[in-house]
Design a protein around this ligand. Structure first.
Ligand code: PLP
Length: 393
């Protein structure tokens, strides 16, 4: 067997749908010495992490903690703990992640009641109301706040009353939205919410912050059957993350160091300032792309700040452009998924990746590569339009 060489990853600029760029302080935290998962120092870190997570989720929920696993583990934890066979769940499907929730609901033996919107569009409270009236005893309404596969931004403020009136709880996928745009778990009446670390928290992938309120916990306490997943069973996990400190599984120590540091960075910047940064860089990128003749794909008025889904111009080779961006500029952007494959690019400006220099670099790189593809646009138009947004003109 040949000797395997040292790992030397290229210094990519991650402007795709996640992971996003990681701050050096977070990388440094990953390289610090391990302690045991019941060490008093680690117990202190757990408490600090829960407090910081309550701050980013804007909640007072006691049960707020990081699940060991990526965002999908957060999704599965919430559903597998809430659902028992036969339970009805209204799921909004307007992209990849609503589709994934339906799959998990079915695996839990639940009955998905699917509402659909075209990919790139969002749901109105009326659509959710209509779906709820089709149910006998709806238990959960599950929606994706930021659909990373399409760039659509689901408004949530007026939805909880509709859900609660029907006797159900509201479950929200905030994997991409958390720490990138406003998300107010308590004020908006969200009962269950999960996220991931590698999007706007700018941590490596590997943990899934979740939060559940009393209404959701009551449903779990009233279960007649055991939670179908041993690993994701919150009734056991909460005993490790709570006062009892009962061993369940070995917490991924280094990942928890990284998350704590990433959350500290969010706290230092402040949520409001962080959201404004994401908004400003999105507006500049959108202006630049529009000036290059590349339109945004998601529903007008419902476009995410941290994930820009844009139409690939006619006659341009999707894969070749992405490869050129990677090879010549070290920039990663995302391809379209499902029905949007080959039709859109997904340009992420998440967390540490959302910077003015990344926006300007991407616009000039894209213009350069598109011109090599024979695409015609005014030289420098993209960067100029973005600069005008930054200058406030
Ligand atoms: C990325 C993402 C997920 C899945 O997270 P993984 O970390 O890839 O498991 C779920 N929902 C949304 C909206 C996402 O963007």
């Amino acid at each position: 067997m040949d000797t395997v060489g040292e790992l030397v990853p290229p210094a990519r600029i991650l402007l795709g749908p996640g992971p996003s760029c990681v701050h050096p302080r977070v990388l440094k935290a990953l390289a610090t010495p391990l302690v045991g998962h019941l060490d008093p120092e680690f117990v202190r870190l757990m408490e600090e992490t829960k407090t910081l997570l309550r701050f980013v989720f804007q909640t007072n929920n006691t049960l707020t903690l990081p699940i060991s696993g990526t965002g999908s583990a957060g999704m599965e934890t919430c559903l597998v703990n809430l659902l028992e066979p036969g339970d009805e769940v209204v799921v909004g499907v307007n992209g990849v992640f609503g589709t994934r929730m339906v799959d998990i609901v079915e695996r839990c033996g639940g009955q998905p009641v699917i509402i659909e919107a075209p990919w790139g569009n969002v749901f109105t409270p009326d659509q959710i109301q209509a779906a709820l009236t089709r149910c006998r005893r709806p238990k959960v309404v599950a929606l994706v706040h930021a659909e990373t596969s399409t760039g659509a931004w689901q408004p949530l403020q007026d939805i909880a009353p509709v859900v609660h009136n029907a006797g159900a709880v509201l479950l929200v996928d905030a994997v991409t939205s958390l720490a990138g745009c406003p998300l107010e778990v308590d004020a908006w009446g969200i009962d269950v919410c999960y996220s991931g670390t590698q999007k706007c928290l700018s941590c490596p992938p590997g943990l899934a912050p979740i939060t559940l309120n009393h209404a959701a916990l009551d449903l779990i306490r009233k279960r007649k059957t055991k939670v179908h997943s041993w690993y994701l069973d919150l009734t056991m996990i909460e005993k490790y993350w709570g006062e009892e400190r009962v061993y369940h599984h070995t917490a991924p120590i280094s990942m928890n160091y990284a998350l704590r540091e990433a959350l500290r960075l969010v706290q230092e910047e402040g949520l409001e300032a962080r959201f404004r940064r994401h908004q400003r860089n999105h507006l500049a990128l959108a202006a630049g792309l529009t000036a290059l003749g590349i339109p945004l794909a998601a529903q007008e008025g419902h476009r995410l700040w941290m994930l820009n889904s844009v139409r690939i111009p006619e006659g341009v080779d999707d894969a070749r452009v992405r490869r050129q961006l990677l090879e010549q500029y070290n920039i990663e952007i995302g391809a379209g998924l499902g029905p949007l494959r080959g039709k859109v690019w997904r340009i992420g400006l998440m967390g540490e990746s959302s910077t003015r220099s990344n926006v300007l670099l991407l616009l000039s790189a894209l213009e350069d590569i598109l011109r090599m593809e024979g695409y015609r646009c005014t030289p420098g138009a993209g960067v100029a339009a973005a600069q005008a947004v930054y200058a406030g003109t």
